[in-house]
Design a binder for this molecule. Structure first.
Ligand code: MG
Length: 349
């Protein structure tokens, strides 16, 4: 059974009144929390769109702004650590919104007793990832809490970006005939973290895919207007993105399981942990919805970049207006996909 850092289970009655880990999972329970508590109090035209970045208009120019907090455990895992994750997560939310990153902020909450060596390692990793993305950390904040009041380090990164072309990226732009493309194998991040946490004694070949995608995305969007929507499949995975896409576009979406890129070792890890790779978080993947006539061009452009070598088409949009996403399975079956309810993978980002 997958463990968490919280050890006292709440009764069903308490769960109705209190925050549970699953409220942070990016699934139906997170949506419920945002819809019932946050939006009624803070909702406005920009926030209520709930996209990866807010798009702000100023003197005829468009800017994107986004923020993310990181509480991953353990702090270090194969392929990445909390620092790399904090940069990539925010850069990717800007990039999928069609923005070029201008600068990042870094908020740190540190627990008393943390080894300075650990902090140095995390900051080195932040510097490395920011360098890869071609962005700088331009402001920040540091707070320290008691040793039992936090686990080592929590980070918050906020990013601001400039949108060059008037932004056309929106789920409402999606049309029948559009194809759904992903830039490479799924589920590596979530499973690499879970294996590091649950089975630290096992030496695994799985590595987190955490990577800044801004250069890859720009290599496509600078050469075609065929991309109509993008999202990075982080918490709640590919399923979360395609289900939401069906709901927000109102069209029927078909996802082909046999086309989904998935490494055998990742499938094996998912089987061991009893997880569906479609619902597992990625941190270096983008899902693009592309006009059918631009499919080949977009795939060619993605394939030219190291982070897009294994890009492929995984589904398409049909004309039925039922807002349903249907998975065509490898075995020839069909099933309706639903956003995961709660949290199958706590604290993976
Ligand atoms: Mg995102």
């Amino acid at each position: 059974m997958i463990t968490t850092t919280q050890t006292t289970p709440l009764t069903p009655a308490q769960q109705k009144r209190k925050i549970v880990l699953a409220h942070g999972g990016g699934g139906q329970l997170t949506d419920e929390l945002i819809d019932s508590i946050v939006l009624p109090r803070l909702g406005n035209q920009v926030l209520t769109d709930l996209l990866d970045s807010a798009v702000l208009n100023q003197n005829g120019r468009q800017f994107a702004m986004t923020t993310d907090s990181f509480v991953v455990q353990p702090l270090f895992f194969p392929g990445a650590d909390i620092g790399r994750l904090a940069v990539c997560g925010t850069i990717n939310d800007l990039a999928v919104s069609g923005a070029k990153p201008m600068g990042l902020s870094l908020g740190m909450i540190l627990a008393e007793g943390l080894e300075k060596k650990v902090l140095e390692q995390v900051i080195d990793s932040i510097a490395q990832a920011a360098n890869e993305a071609g962005v700088q950390i331009v402001t920040g904040d540091t707070k320290v809490v008691g040793s039992h009041q936090a686990d080592g380090i929590y980070l918050t990164t906020t990013g601001v970006g400039l949108i060059d072309k008037p932004n056309q990226l929106h789920p409402e732009k999606v049309q029948p005939g559009d194809v759904i493309i992903i830039n490479g194998p799924i589920a590596d991040h979530g499973l690499a973290v879970m294996l590091a946490r649950e089975m630290p004694q096992v030496e695994s070949v799985l590595k987190s895919d955490a990577a800044p995608l801004n250069h890859l995305i720009e290599s496509v969007t600078s050469q075609t207007d065929g991309v109509v929507f993008m999202r990075d499949p982080t918490r709640s995975g590919v399923t979360g993105v395609v289900v939401e896409l069906a709901q927000r576009s109102n069209y029927h979406i078909i996802l082909n399981e046999s086309n989904l890129p998935l490494r055998p070792e990742t499938q094996h890890a998912a089987d061991m942990l009893g997880l569906d790779p479609l619902e597992v978080a990625n941190e270096g993947k983008v899902i693009m919805v592309v006009r059918g006539k631009e499919e080949k061009k977009v795939l060619d452009l993605l394939n030219q970049h190291p982070l897009g070598k294994e890009a492929c088409v995984i589904g398409h949009v049909e004309s039925d207006k039922d807002a349903i996403c249907e998975l065509h399975t490898i075995m020839g079956g069909q099933r309706i996909l639903q956003k995961p309810y709660g949290e199958q993978l706590p604290r993976i980002c």
